[in-house]
Design a protein. Structure first.
Length: 187
């Protein structure tokens, strides 16, 4: 059989000795998985990062993406496992705490959900901290303030800090379904 040398060599260089394609770079994988989550393709996002989860030094960002993808698929116990691991290494990650809190709320672990929302509120920095300060200073469920903040976020949909502060304030007050409304803004 006659082979074409350059075609054969090119094919061999793209596969491993086991005949499998090499694993894409971590940077490309994370970007592709984030894009899949943004396009509401959680199973694709999870499949992109799944092989990295088995690595002994799995990057934290991979765990966060996997947790979000699993939660979006309704696989809450598995998502919680990823979030717990992620938060243990990143205890002040507002994004991780909010994602974990929402997942805890979905499985009716309200105590844990509120605790994580409170931790997220105290981890806020910059402008977002300013927006949530009135909610941190009182333990009351100030529905007027929340309604004003909702109107403010809706007037400025591009402002992620306002949306994040509102999501946390709503979560601390136990309005978990309302928090889900802001998830696309927080991604």
């Amino acid at each position: 059989m006659l082979g074409i040398p350059f075609l054969t060599a090119a094919t061999k260089s793209k596969t491993t000795s086991e005949g499998k394609l090499p694993k894409p770079s971590l940077k490309d994988t994370i970007q592709d998985a984030r894009n899949a989550l943004n396009m509401q393709q959680p199973s694709r996002a999870h499949s992109l990062v799944a092989s990295w989860l088995d690595e002994p030094d799995c990057p934290a960002e991979v765990r966060l993406i996997a947790g979000r993808a699993l939660a979006a698929q309704g696989r809450y116990p598995e998502a919680m496992q990823q979030f717990v691991i992620y938060i243990s290494g990143n205890p002040d990650s507002v994004q991780g705490l909010v994602s974990a809190a929402l997942t805890a709320a979905r499985i009716h672990d309200i105590t844990r959900a509120v605790d994580w929302f409170n931790r997220a509120a105290h981890s806020l920095k910059g402008r977002a901290k300013k927006y949530i300060r009135p909610f941190l200073e009182s333990d009351t469920n100030d529905t007027v303030a929340i309604e004003e903040m909702v109107a403010e976020v809706e007037a400025h949909p591009e402002d992620k800090e306002r949306a994040l502060a509102l999501a946390i304030a709503l979560g601390r007050a136990g309005h978990f379904r309302a928090v889900e409304r802001f998830l696309p803004t927080l991604s």
